[in-house]
Structures are given as C-alpha cells and as structure tokens.
Write a protein that binds this ligand. Sequence first.
Ligand SMILES: [Zn+2]
Length: 462
Amino acid sequence: MSVDNSTGSTAPGRIVIENCAIATVDAGDTEYDCGHVVVAGNRIEAVGAGPAPAGLERVVRRIDGTGHLVTPGLVNTHHHFYQWITRGFAQECNLFDWLVTLYPVWAGIDDEMCYAAAQGSAAALLRSGCTTSTDHAYVFPKDGGDILGAEIRALAELGMRFQPTRGSMDLGTSQGGLPPDACVEDTDAALAATAEAIDRWHDASFDAMVRVTAAPCSPFSVTPELLRGAAELARTKGVRLHTHGAETVEEEAFCRERFGMGPTDYLESLGWLGEDVWMAHCIHMDDSDIAKFAGTGTGVAHCPSSNARIAAGIARVPDMLAAGVPVGLGVDGAASNESGELGTELRNALLIARLRGGPGALTVRQALRLGTAGGAKVLGREHEIGSLEPGKLADLAVWRVDDVLHSGIADPVAALVLGAAAPLTLLLVNGREVVEHGHLSRVDEEEIARNVSRAAARLRAK
Ligand SMILES: [Zn+2]
C-alpha cells in the first residue's frame, strides 16, 4: 500500500500495463490484441481493449507492454521441493527403482537443507512465470527439525503464493510398503503433525499467501488408516486433500494384489474422491476411473515432464477434459524433472497429448488454461486466481514475445506455448513485483545457488 502525498490517502497504488496482447483465460477465453491491465493494490481493477482509462490516480508504475503478452500467473499443482537438492540421481529408473534409490538419501534431509531446496524450487518456478505453487512434503525424519516452517519462510522471502501440504508415510518395508522403515512416521504422529500444521499456518482468507493441505504420500507408502484419518481430519478442518494416484503399472499391480482393486477404487473406498481432493499423475485410468473423477469433481495434477522422465506413461488429459475433470499442471519433484520450470510444461503437455491423441488432442489455449485457470480450480482457488478479471488477485505474467526467438510468430499465445521459453519482463504476485527482466526481485539468485550447492553437498556427505 502506498501513500499518495498529495491527498494523504492510504488507498492502494496502481500499476498500469498498456499496449500489450492479453489472454485473460476467463470463462469465455477473452483476448485482446492490444489492451490494458490495471492493478490496484493486490487486486486486478480493470482489463480491456485499448489504453487504460484516463485520469487514474495514485499510479505508481506505468508499463509500456508493446511486444508483450500478459497472462495470468501460472499455477503449479504438484511438486516436492526437497528434491531440488537430489537432482541427477537414478537417471534411467522407473518409479519404484527411482524411489528405492532415493529414499535412503532423502532420509537425511533437515530443515536447513529444505530451506535451500525450497529457494531453488521457487526460483525456477517464478522465473518461468509461476505465481502460485503447492509443495508435497512427505519425508519428515525424526531429527529433521521444522521442515514445513523452513519452506514457508523461503517462499515468503521470494514473494510466492504458496499451498504447502503436510504429507506423510507410515507403511515401511517391514509392513509391505516401499519406503524403508527409517523414512516413515507413526500413523497417529503423522496425523497429529498434520493437524498442527493446519492450525499453525492455514489461512482461508481470499488473498491468503499460505493455505495448507493434508497429503499422505501414495497407496504404496501409506496405510488405509492414515488415508482415512487424513480425509476425516481435512474435512473437519476445512482444508483440501492431495496424494499420488494411478502413476504406474507397478502401483496398479500393488493395489490389486494388496487391496483387490485398482488405485482409484481403493482411494474411493477410503473417502478420497471429492471436489476437495486432487491427485498427481492419474495416468493409468480407465473410462470408469475418469467418470468417477468427473462425477465427484476430483482434480488431477498432470506432470508431463516427470511422467516422461521415468517413463510412467501418458495421462489421458483430453479425455479427462472432455469428461469435465478439473486438470492442472505440475512440475513434480525436481529429482524426476531437473528443470523445475512450469512455463515449459505448457509446451510439454501439448506435445505429449498429441503423441497419444493426434494433432487436435490439445490446443495452445487449452494448454495455457491447464497451467492457469485449470490449476487454480484444482487448488480450490478458482475465484481468486487463474484468470485476469476485475476483483481477482493481481498474480500476472508479462511475457516478451518480440525478442529474437519469438518475433514474427503469428499468434502470441502460440509464441508462448509452442515457442522457446519466453523471457519474462515482469511477474506480479499479490500486486508485488517478484521477477523483473528474467531475474528474481527480492532475493539474490547467486546466494540461492550457493545455498543449494552447500545443502546438496551436506546431504550427499551424510
Ligand atoms: Zn510427486
């Protein structure tokens, strides 16, 4: 909030962006070839064709958006920040072999390492146009300290809107699960820690910068008791639920052998389908599974790069969209997607969908919607973020599309989705500048790089 010295008013200052192409990603896919966006405080005040209204007061910044495309900030619906310091391992593994290789490494993480990893993860997200991210933290070693608190501190310093989850695992190898016993928690302790995280940090307000989610890890690392207990807890507290589902054929086989049904039916039997639930991946889904997701409003975090990295398969995203399933994009943990950038997932989602479903499987505008309004819906924040509309929060990206790599492309949305990663001139979160001309505004990037390097070395030395 700025003070206008001429009037003594404490009304919020305005940022005016003009002369830019705009893709609002509203319900009607409204676009402007040359338009304006006015931000007042942390809200979008106006979006439209031509120049901004004349006579606006308290304008603290006016941006000439010539040669730029303005979109909503991207929304990341699945990640594991701690993996930022375990990138480059298990490069040729499928999911279960990759996990078994990495679990013992992850058993050594602590809050200081997770602070550095969250800084690195958020830097990659912000620099690729992402303004809101979730994080699925599910490894909590006994002597690991305040891991969730460290992540929340890191994201606040970088200026990102955050939806951390308190994840958990309680099914170790001695009980027939995949993770080593040293990586799992006691069921009641995990539920108590989840309740504590919600009480400590969850903010239900419209412009919340932190919302907490309950997130037991996956069917092969969590007991039915923990899944059921987490669902009851989340519904009592009024928070959302998140987990992994139907990621690989090995997970499908595990569920059929242990529970006598596939992962979607298993999760449904524990109260885990509903409009307050979203799941990562959902690759191995038959028509009945997709119908259940659509019928209950259960959301999907589609992670094309990670799915390709570990050769898990191609999710049926066009079929899900046709059925009415809410779908957003995720980068997934950086140990299975070393890039960690969300901007490039727009392109990857489109390309992978077309490999399975042909050239009409996903349009560039559908890809942009997955990464913006789709993600907002999946996180339960569709009334607050995900599109450029008056009254919504001022989370937006100003992409340059007239540079040497993009100038001349016929359609600015195609330039963003199909072209090279577009330079980001400005990124606003909650009306505040967090990226300017491709670099973080609020934290020194070189210091983050040094922190990450030190944390990764310390973990490897354990
Ligand atoms: Zn994941």
